[in-house]
Design a protein around this ligand. Sequence first.
Ligand code: TXA
Ligand code: MG
Length: 344
Amino acid sequence: MKTILLPASGADTARRAAEIIRQGGLLGIPTETVYGLGANGLDENAVLNIFEAKGRPQDNPLILHVSGPEQVERFCHSIPPAAYELMDRFWPGPLTLVLPARDNVPRRTTAGLDTVAIRCPDNDLTREIIRLAGVPIAAPSANISGKPSPTTAGHVLHDMDGKIEAIVDGGPCSVGVESTIVDLTGEMPRLLRPGGITPEQLRAVLGELIVDKAVVGEVSPHEVVRAPGMKYTHYTPSGEVIIVTGTGISAARYILPRLGDHDRVLCYEEELGLYPPEKALAYGREQEPETLARGLFAALRQLDSAEIQTIYARCPSGGGTAYAVANRLKKAAGFHIVNGEEET
Ligand code: TXA
Ligand code: MG
């Protein structure tokens, strides 16, 4: 199969893209978070092809992308008032809600669960494609399973060339990390994955929010977790990632004596001067966590090379967007964290 690139500015891009979805094909779609690998979410065979193209375990459910909140009642039931409040406040945007699924949602899409994850992406063209297709688009991130999510059409092409019909090129993603996931099927709203909508923003609407343990720590592959995707290794370049905490100076004091020819530093722009230029890559500014979110996955991809053995990474702390960045980076590191202040 020859994978074609459809430019966002193309006059008939939306129509051609919608046609691919209607015919059961696979399509790379831009969203504000990361690129998705989309197919008709109501077509079991098309959905099966998503799992195959990604090499994704079949027990890991997909997110259903809809063109607006009015679509949700078609696919979900027993929708609590909190869901309407969140949709009203944050859609279209980087927030996914887990709700009870109606029977018209194939269990292939939900990986056998009777709940479904649903979101309305903040990308006009992608919402237009969903509207024209007349079906919701099931889409995981468009990376090979286990690799960093794609934030440009080029990343999608790198991972999916020859495996999918087309990629809609919508330019670089504005958020850069995947959507926040909130489970509204339990007694209390539960954060399953931090993302572009922060815990602080959610609490302002919901009052209370439980943070699932998969967000904060490592989960063993045998544990039952609420977001099945959280138990798999993720975002991993081929080298080993080690997070070094502490001040910029103390981290450099830890890293520099250990930095071999095949090692690299993934740091903030503010810290580039501390390292040999050919060994360091900045993924954004510490003082502006949104830039870290936008740059993280592209940087991890750039460092994904068999030549590179160890990647010493600087990881932001605190709430807001930094919380989502830290979550992805800790997963990439398999929660391998050393404190630069203590270990020099
Ligand atoms: O920003 C995003 O959410 C991107 C773009 C493409 O929309 N999509 C994305 O999909 O990140 P994916 O498949 O890479 O991650 C979806 C996560 C997985 O961890 C999965 O286990 C979880 O959502 N999930 C899906 N359905 C669920 C459900 N019914 N209950 C709990 N977790 C669910
Ligand atoms: Mg993913």
